[in-house]
Design a protein around this ligand. Structure first.
Ligand code: PXG
Length: 444
């Protein structure tokens, strides 16, 4: 493989995802990684970085947990790949059963895919197929939410609510999609610790959309219980409950996109349990196997699956799936991850870290240009006032200052996000936020 430091031709050849390619290729000091272990990365320059976003929200158990490394290595000695269609591999079925067991009551089946984007598009297809099979073929509309992120498939960007991800592809969006308003209102909720008390009424907007389109045209509502990618937008108290009530009353499926919130980030298996609201489907990815091998999936209510089990028994019931659905390496990593979640008291550990992160993050109030601080279980975000005419530049500067001080944050727009590893110590969380404080001051 040669040096870990790419030469100019190599730098030029790689089209990086969701990255300022031209800037990165000129300014990648401290941004090339060479090693990962526990809560830390090491750069090619040998500098150690605390991983404040657990990779991209996926490596909560820290990097290269020995049990996961061992499971994947062992898997390579038995089955490398097993055909996903019309053939079975026992550990995949066992994994499905384990995940159903962790999910809220009423869930019955798990469909495996390879990413959050695929999970979202899969759940949308399930919703359409379900209604059609039930004899309600007119239910074709989806309701997403402003500021939502549901990956980058055409389904996901259609229900998603981030303009930059949508505008280039406007002509190719799914038709018949509408959006709930987002719930962020800085006047009402800036610097709130945890769930804001204002905003539950915004769920009633769903009733307005139903009145506009008629319930008989709506297949599903999809929301992230906590909006992660747009900077930790925390659901107002009572909001998710209200969405659930309205969906139930109108025969509309409720999908929780738990790609970030699933498998421990909320101190519970799923956000559904943390918020006490049960959707009809849960999409997941990332944390299911600690980001070790690409994997995602959809957990579906049992009667959804049962409804689709029609037609001759020798025929395929649901025309959907991926070559790598339930890839044995991903499955092995997931089993090891679930073992660790079950035996190493991870949910309790996360819960014990929540007040530490909350206090540390909110202690940044009053620092220059800090206009909001939000937190939800083991996730937090600090929002900065943009530099006039140059949105995003202030957060980029803070990000670069923090790299110099040994912490890797995630920045989007002018928001710095934190989703630290579950294995972090309280001192590491405090140090992370002190670095953020120094970096905000240094960036000016
Ligand atoms: N749904 C949600 C809720 C997500 O957060 C996806 C779907 C798409 O997953 P894939 O695996 O297709 O990327 C996501 C992904 C960030 C960040 O910085 C968030 C994601 C990905 C990368 C960065 O917040 N979320």
């Amino acid at each position: 493989m040669g040096s870990l430091e790419p030469n100019d031709r190599e730098l030029a050849a790689y089209w990086m995802p969701f990255t300022h390619n031209r800037y990165f290729k000129q300014h990648h000091s401290r941004r090339m990684l060479a090693k990962a272990e526990g809560a830390y990365y090491w750069t090619t320059e040998g500098e150690k970085l605390f991983d404040a976003l657990s990779g991209l929200w996926c490596c909560g158990l820290g990097h290269r947990h020995p049990k996961i490394v061992e499971a994947v290595k062992q898997q390579l000695d038995s089955v490398d790949y097993s055909p996903a269609f019309q053939m079975g591999y026992g550990p995949t079925f066992k994994l499905a059963e384990r995940i159903v067991g962790m999910a809220p009551a009423g869930m019955g089946q798990v469909f495996f895919v390879n990413s959050g984007s695929e999970a979202v598009d899969t759940s949308m297809k399930m919703a359409l197929a379900y209604h059609r099979t039930k004899g309600e073929a007119s239910r074709t509309r989806f309701i997403g939410r402003e500021r939502g992120y549901h990956g980058v498939g055409f389904g996901g960007i259609s229900v998603g609510g981030m303009v930059a991800n949508r505008k280039m592809y406007a002509s190719a969006m799914l038709t018949g999609v509408d959006h709930l308003p987002h719930t962020y209102n800085p006047k009402e909720m800036a610097f709130t610790k945890g769930e804001p008390t204002w905003g539950a009424h915004l769920a009633n907007e769903l009733e307005r959309l139903i009145a506009l389109h008629d319930a008989s045209t709506i297949a599903a509502v999809i929301v992230e219980p906590m909006q992660g990618s747009t900077g930790v937008i925390v659901p107002p108290k009572g909001y998710l409950e209200r969405l659930r009530e309205i969906c139930t009353k109108n025969g509309i499926l409720l999908i929780f996109d738990e790609v970030i919130t699933g498998f421990g980030r909320m101190g519970t298996h799923f956000a559904a349990q943390h918020f006490g609201v049960t959707p009809d489907m849960i999409t997941f990815a990332k944390g299911v196997n600690n980001g070790t091998v690409p994997m995602g999936g959809v957990i579906a209510r049992k009667d959804l699956y049962d409804t689709l089990m029609t037609g001759p028994e020798h025929a395929v019931e649901f025309f959907h799936g991926y070559t790598y659905s339930g890839h044995p390496l991903a499955v092995a990593a997931a089993h090891a991850t679930l073992d660790i979640l079950a035996t190493e008291g991870i949910n309790e550990r996360v819960k014990s870290l929540v007040p530490v992160l909350e206090d540390a993050a909110h202690s940044l109030k009053g620092e220059p240009n800090v206009i909001d601080i939000r937190n939800c279980q083991l996730a937090a975000a600090v929002e900065l006032a943009p530099i006039e005419g140059k949105p995003g530049l202030r957060a980029l500067k803070v990000f670069e200052e923090a790299l110099k001080r040994g912490v890797l944050f995630r920045f989007t727009g002018d928001i710095l996000a934190m989703g630290p590893p579950f294995i972090s110590t309280p001192d590491e969380l405090r140090r992370m936020t002190e670095v953020l404080r120094e970096s905000i001051r240094a960036a000016g």
